[in-house]
Design a protein around this ligand. Structure first.
Ligand SMILES: NC(=O)c1ccc[n+]([C@@H]2O[C@H](COP(=O)([O-])OP(=O)(O)OC[C@H]3O[C@@H](n4cnc5c(N)ncnc54)[C@H](O)[C@@H]3O)[C@@H](O)[C@H]2O)c1
Ligand SMILES: N[C@@H](CCO)C(=O)O
Ligand code: NA
Length: 428
């Protein structure tokens, strides 16, 4: 008997899921041992030609998710509601659920996982982080016997595309964002991309899986987007042999008692493996105690690559159903809390427009020292009234670094803080 899939949403990702399920039906049946069929597709409007059998379309998603013949519900609507209610209704009705919805998982993944455990069904969400890249199941399954200490990644394709265009072509922010939207990478509201909300949601999901701590939600993630990244920042990064990337960083504290989860622009040395990730590609660097460093790379956005991850999950949950089993994810909770950004150890790059006069450098150095921040290197560019001091700090608590910049920004000797950005180092 065929496994029946109900699809919720038929947009960029959903329409590709339909196409792939139909095109690959023979191969999928052979691999799984049973055919997979699309049993129904919930859409908002019936009057659009989607190239699918119109008899499959319905506007009544609630009825579809509880229909007795449906085995697996695939949610690709996005957003919190009605996605959450529909998924909970599906789970309660004994269906396994596959979703690409990072916003919902980051906000309320705990509720969904608990419901799935109670119902003895699966909730799979590989497409929600880094699109096509197999990342969540490697973290959940392959690294289940290891201790992950840090996850560092480019997890938003839109912002990587924009930053890459600004850096490699000198393109403007707005035109690059419009291109990313036209290519189907951006969220329905691209503010979610450029202000870092999308990456923050993914960071929360990654932190939960990496550190087995259920309590991380998107609200716990320190978030800064890329709207403040200027051409001057990108030029400053270049002068230091760096590129600017928006990174999601999930890290255990030194004492192992808490975790830090953050998303912000970073100056990354060109020799760092993440620095060469171009266009809308994603890449995630995982540092584990026994496995060492691992890197996952590939297409993080776009309808077809994302649909590939959705299909992989459909196959996995179908196999589990046939074996009469489910994963029961989220039952083990280390309860590790999230510490404040201020406590996180970071390094800053600071470029200051100053006058080239005696005493300026020593005053700037004194302000760093007053905040307990040690300077790693300093260089001067230009002379006279157009001088710029470029300083890179040693690692220090983020609160000490932001305090230093705050004091510098109001000091009469500093004409302007031309660029401030955190710096990641890399040792081979
Ligand atoms: N596009 C990508 O590259 C990508 C990558 C990874 C994850 N995702 C995630 O996949 C999900 C879908 O993204 P998308 O890019 O396909 O979005 P989309 O806006 O293209 O598609 C969503 C579709 O859902 C429909 N919809 C909205 N409310 C509905 C309802 N109540 N009932 C039925 N249909 C409804 C919309 O009309 C739209 O066609 C989101 O959670 C997104 O974050 C997208
Ligand atoms: N808007 C997201 C889609 C993939 O989750 C991105 O640009 O990465
Ligand atoms: Na993925």
């Amino acid at each position: 008997m065929a496994m029946k899939v109900a699809l919720l949403g038929c947009g960029v990702v959903g329409s590709e899921v339909v196409r792939l399920v139909n095109e690959q039906s023979g191969e999928l049946a052979a691999r799984i041992g049973t055919p997979i069929e699309i049993g129904g597709i919930a859409v908002r409007r019936l009057d659009r030609d989607r190239g699918v059998d119109p008899a499959l379309l319905t506007t009544d998603a609630t009825a579809l998710v509880t229909r007795p013949d449906i085995d697996v519900v695939v949610e690709v609507i996005g957003g919190i509601e009605p996605a959450r209610s529909l998924m909970l209704a599906a789970i309660k009705a004994g269906k396994s659920v596959v979703t690409a919805n990072k916003a919902l998982l980051a906000e309320d993944g705990q509720t969904l996982q608990a419901a799935a455990r109670d119902a003895g069904v699966d909730l799979y969400y590989e497409a929600s982080v880094a699109g096509a890249i197999p990342l969540l199941r490697p973290l959940r399954d392959s690294l289940a016997g290891d201790r992950v200490n840090r996850v560092l990644g480019i997890v938003n394709g839109t912002t990587n595309y924009v930053l890459d265009r600004m850096d490699s072509l000198g393109a403007g922010f707005t035109e690059s964002l419009e291109e990313a939207q036209a290519l189907g990478y951006a969220e329905a509201d691209p503010t979610a991309d450029v202000e870092g909300f999308d990456a923050a949601a993914k960071a929360a999901i990654l932190a939960r899986l990496a550190f087995h701590t259920q309590r991380v939600t998107a609200a716990d993630v320190h978030r800064e987007g890329i709207t403040g990244v200027s051409a001057a920042d990108i030029a400053s990064a270049r002068a230091m042999g760096c590129v600017v990337k928006l990174l999601a960083i999930c890290q255990r504290s030194e004492d192992g008692e808490s975790v830090g989860v953050r998303v912000h622009p970073v100056m990354l040395p060109v020799e760092h493996p993440l620095a060469s990730v171009k266009e809308a590609y994603n890449a995630v660097f995982v540092e584990a105690e026994s496995a060492g460093r691992l890197m996952f790379y590939g297409a993080g956005a776009g309808g077809t690559p994302t649909a590939s991850a959705v299909l992989g999950d459909i196959v996995a949950v179908t196999r589990n159903r046939l074996a009469n089993t489910s994963v029961g994810e989220g039952a083990h909770d280390t309860g590790l809390p999230v510490h404040d950004m201020g406590q996180t150890i970071t390094s800053y790059h600071v470029a200051l427009d100053v006058a080239d006069r005696p005493g300026v450098l020593s005053k700037v150095a004194e302000i760093f020292a007053d905040h307990g921040v040690s300077i790693k290197n300093v260089r001067q560019e230009g002379t006279g009234d157009d001088a710029q001091l470029v300083l890179v700090s040693h690692p220090a608590p983020d609160s000490a670094l932001s305090g230093t910049v705050e004091e510098l920004s109001v000091h009469p000797m500093v004409r302007d803080v031309a660029s401030v950005m955190r710096v990641e180092t890399f040792q081979e």
